[in-house]
Each structure stands twice: as structure tokens, then as C-alpha cells.
Write a protein that binds this ligand. Structure first.
Ligand code: PMP
Length: 347
């Protein structure tokens, strides 16, 4: 967006536009100084990290692949299942890298344009055919925040043609009421993608992972570089997983309570918030550009979408003081109040 009216340089803006956690879990900070020197000098070994992830989900290590963020996981999956013009079925709008990686892999994208449902059954089934390589479901969905019931995902997987996969991207699952991972692990044609970038607050480490059948995981392991995650990232991610809920619980519960409050504030402002189970809220308003400008003047970056000019997505900070800065922007309604003539002192 252009910005004659923009008062704050973008590198100083409070970034509520990328669904990141703003402040790391306090227990992790002292660990930064304790990264062992071998994490710097040796080629990294992902086995310890994958063992922890396997334990977390109660599966064998042959069903886990650690990746350089969920991005690397999606990239590998697209290259494995979409090369040669095979098709990805996906709703749009969706997480941008999903369709970017699909096209980079030489795949075609079959879009289902909708903001109502992140995995509409009938339109998805309509698009399945011989060339289908992947159906992607993101739950909670980015950008809407809506969830897909696990039975729907299983239903889609059951009807996929042979050789095709359901890619279930659960990057935001920790913020939702229910985690569908275990329900999805029962089927060989589902790949679950997860990340430590969101609820764990470790986007800078670039650690994600895929859970799937041993055969699918072996194929994905062979579809990318041998050392996708840096040694210090592996070491810190292992420590974070050992701490478990101590890293995620307070932040997740702060986000959940802010979510409800932000939806009320957006509605009071005159926008229509979508129901969300993620760490962000999407809202629709004809005054989206104005709202973005107001946030910007208050030093806050929010997300707009060039192809959907009425939408604004706001990351929940998980921090009361920061959250109040958000509410303060919304406390002023969309229009400056027009004073009636008597108030202006006009006779
Ligand atoms: N999937 C979704 C739905 C996302 O929104 C994002 C990042 N915003 C990713 C995957 C990529 O996450 P990572 O940082 O683990 O690469």
C-alpha cells in the first residue's frame, strides 16, 4: 500500500502481519547462550529431534521427517506428488507458499474460490481425477482461521484416487479447540505438516516436520537436502520440546482470550470478523485500507491481501500491553464523528 500518510517507517512497525509470536518463552532465553560448539562445527544430526517428535505423537521415528520449517515440508511434498503437471486441489485464498511451491514443482493448481469453508466437500470431490496429486487442507485455515472437522478430512482422503495424498497443514493447530493429528495418522494417504514457528514461537529457527506413513516419509526424506535444519536450531528445538507445555501454554491461552476480545472490538468498529481458531483474526470491511492506515499510524503492521481488498488479517500478540495498543486503534470508529451543528456552535 502506498503511504503518503504513513508516519512510521516499516522497519519500526510492530509486526502483526505474519502470525508470529512476539516474545519467546522465558525458559528458552538462557538456552541461547548454551548452544554447544559442536552444533556449529558438525553437520547436524536430526535423529534426536525426530525421536522427540515421534514420542510426542506416539509414532515410530520412521513416521517423522524434520524439515526446514513447514515451508520445506510443503516444498518436498509438492515436488514428490505434483511433478509432471499433476494437480493440487485447494481453496483460495490460501497460504501463498502452497500454490507457489505447487507451481515451482511443475504442478497445476485447481482452485476452489471460497472464504466460507477451508475444505468444502462437494467442490473438492468434483475436482478429483486421474491427474490429482494432492488435496491441501489447512486447519485452522490461513487466512480465515476456520477449522475443518477431522471426519471431513478423513472423508476426502478416503475418496482420493490411488497415488494422491491429502496434505493436512496444521501449522496453527495448537491454538484450536481440537487437534486432529492423531485422527489423521491412521491413514497412509495423509501427510500431516506441523511447525515450531507458531505456538512454540521459534519461526527464526526454521523447524517444521511431516508425519506420515514410513514409505511416504522415506520418499520425502530423499526429496530434499540431507541437512535441512541447522545444528543450533536442532539443539534449541530439542530443548523446547523437552520443556513442552511450559513453552506454549501461557501464550496459547493469552491468544485464545485476545481472539474473542478482538472479534468483539472489530465488530464494534464496523468490520465483520471471521470465526478463528488460530493466532490471528481475519476481518472483512469496505474500509480495510483505512483500517490498515490507522494501524500503521499507530506503529502496527497488519496484513492486507492484494486480490481481496476488503480483507485485513491481524495477528494476536499474546501480550496484554501490546493487545491494548491494538484495541486503542479500534476504539476510534471508522469515521471521525460528525458533530451536529448545535455542537459546533452554529446557530
Ligand atoms: N503453513 C501455513 C498455513 C502457514 O501460515 C505458514 C507460515 N505462515 C507455514 C506453513 C510456514 O511455516 P514455517 O515457518 O514453519 O515455514
Amino acid at each position: 500500500m502506498s503511504g503518503a500518510a504513513v508516519a512510521v517507517p516499516s522497519d519500526r512497525l510492530l509486526g502483526l502481519d505474519h502470525n508470529e509470536r512476539l516474545f519467546p518463552a522465558p525458559d528458552l532465553i538462557p538456552l541461547l547462550a548454551r548452544v554447544p560448539a559442536t552444533a556449529l562445527t558438525r553437520y547436524p544430526d536430526m535423529k534426536g529431534l525426530e525421536r522427540r517428535l515421534a514420542r510426542l505423537w506416539g509414532v515410530g521415528t520412521d513416521r517423522v521427517l524434520a524439515t526446514g520449517g513447514a515451508d520445506d515440508a510443503i516444498d518436498r511434498i509438492c515436488r514428490r506428488y505434483l511433478s509432471g503437471g499433476r494437480e493440487m486441489v485447494t481453496v483460495v485464498p490460501t497460504f501463498g507458499m502452497m500454490t507457489t511451491f505447487a507451481r515451482l514443482a511443475g504442478g497445476r493448481v485447481c482452485e476452489i474460490p471460497t472464504l466460507d469453508d477451508p475444505a468444502p466437500l462437494a467442490p473438492t470431490l468434483d475436482r478429483l481425477g486421474d491427474r490429482t496429486g494432492l488435496v491441501t487442507v489447512i486447519s485452522p485455515h490461513n487466512p480465515t482461521g476456520q477449522v475443518v472437522p477431522p471426519p471431513r478430512m478423513l472423508d476426502i482422503a478416503e475418496r482420493l484416487p490411488g497415488g494422491a495424498m491429502l496434505l493436512a497443514d496444521l501449522a496453527y493447530a495448537e491454538f484450536a479447540d481440537r487437534d486432529p493429528t492423531e485422527a489423521l495418522l491412521g491413514r497412509d494417504n495423509i501427510l500431516v505438516v506441523r511447525t515450531l514457528s507458531k505456538a512454540w514461537g521459534l519461526a527464526g529457527l526454521r523447524v517444521g516436520y511431516v508425519l506420515g506413513s514410513p514409505a511416504a516419509i522415506a520418499a520425502l526424506r530423499a526429496s530434499g537436502p540431507p541437512f535441512p535444519v541447522a545444528g543450533p536450531s536442532i539443539w534449541l528445538a530439542e530443548r523446547a520440546l523437552d520443556l513442552g507445555d511450559r513453552v506454549t501454554a501461557d501464550y496459547v491461552s493469552a491468544v485464545r482470550s485476545e481472539r474473542a476480545r478482538l472479534r468483539v472490538a472489530l465488530r464494534d468498529w464496523g468490520a465483520e470478523p471471521f470465526p478463528s481458531e488460530a493466532n490471528f483474526v481475519l476481518a472483512s470491511t469496505r474500509r480495510a485500507a483505512m483500517l490498515e492506515r490507522r494501524f500503521r499510524r499507530s506503529g502496527i503492521a497488519v496484513r492486507r491481501f492484494p486480490n481481496s481488498p476488503d480483507l485485513v488479517r491481524i495477528t494476536l500478540p499474546g501480550d496484554e500491553a501490546t493487545f491494548r495498543r491494538l484495541l486503542a486503534v479500534l476504539a476510534v470508529g471508522p469515521r471521525p464523528r460528525v458533530r451536529r451543528s448545535a455542537e459546533r456552535g452554529v446557530p
